[in-house]
Design a protein around this ligand. Structure first.
Ligand code: NI
Length: 169
């Protein structure tokens, strides 16, 4: 097991479009384990592989209080069912920044598990928000993209300043 380095916005590698997983082998299982460990350590509730510089369509998530309910989505596809909702979102790649984003309320998710077996769930509330946020990552999108130009500029400056400061330290 290993902790992976999380890319920080506005790193260009976060803009890459992740490729579907085709081989369900030990390497994939190791990636999922390392991503889960990295997410729990951060701590966060969701992590997409692209955030650790692996451009594959893999997501790990745990929304439980006890941090013992790991969900893994490989090659996820989302279909809107109904409604709209607003949530205050944050992201491990944009530490310290939280902003309200409008998402679809109820979605259907089709994905594969780590063995390559298909499953389907319906989600609303936080699970729905989180899966939409993470699938955005797989398409090279970050939640900051939903904010106004002015707010995006502020976030970019804040992150670049923090990166500079941490490098100087
Ligand atoms: Ni994120």
């Amino acid at each position: 097991m290993a902790l992976l380095e999380i890319l920080v916005y506005p790193d260009k590698r976060l803009r890459e479009r992740a490729k579907p997983v085709e081989v369900f082998d030990d390497e994939l299982k190791q990636l999922v384990k390392d991503m889960a460990e990295t997410m729990y350590d951060a701590p966060g509730i969701g992590l997409a592989a692209i955030q650790v510089d692996v451009p594959k369509r893999v997501i790990v998530m745990d929304l439980s209080e006890e941090r013992n309910d790991l969900k893994v989505f490989i090659n996820p596809e989302i279909e809107a069912i109904e409604g709209k909702q607003e949530y205050e979102e944050g992201c491990l790649s944009v530490p310290g920044v939280f902003a309200t984003v409008e998402r679809i309320e109820r979605v259907r998710i089709k994905a594969l598990n780590v063995e390559g077996e298909p499953f389907e769930i319906e989600a609303d509330g936080l699970l729905s928000v989180c899966i939409q946020h993470e699938v955005d990552h797989l398409d090279g999108k970050v939640f900051v993209d939903y904010l106004s130009r002015l707010k995006q500029d502020r976030v970019r400056k804040k992150m670049l300043k923090e990166i500079k400061e941490s490098q100087a330290a």
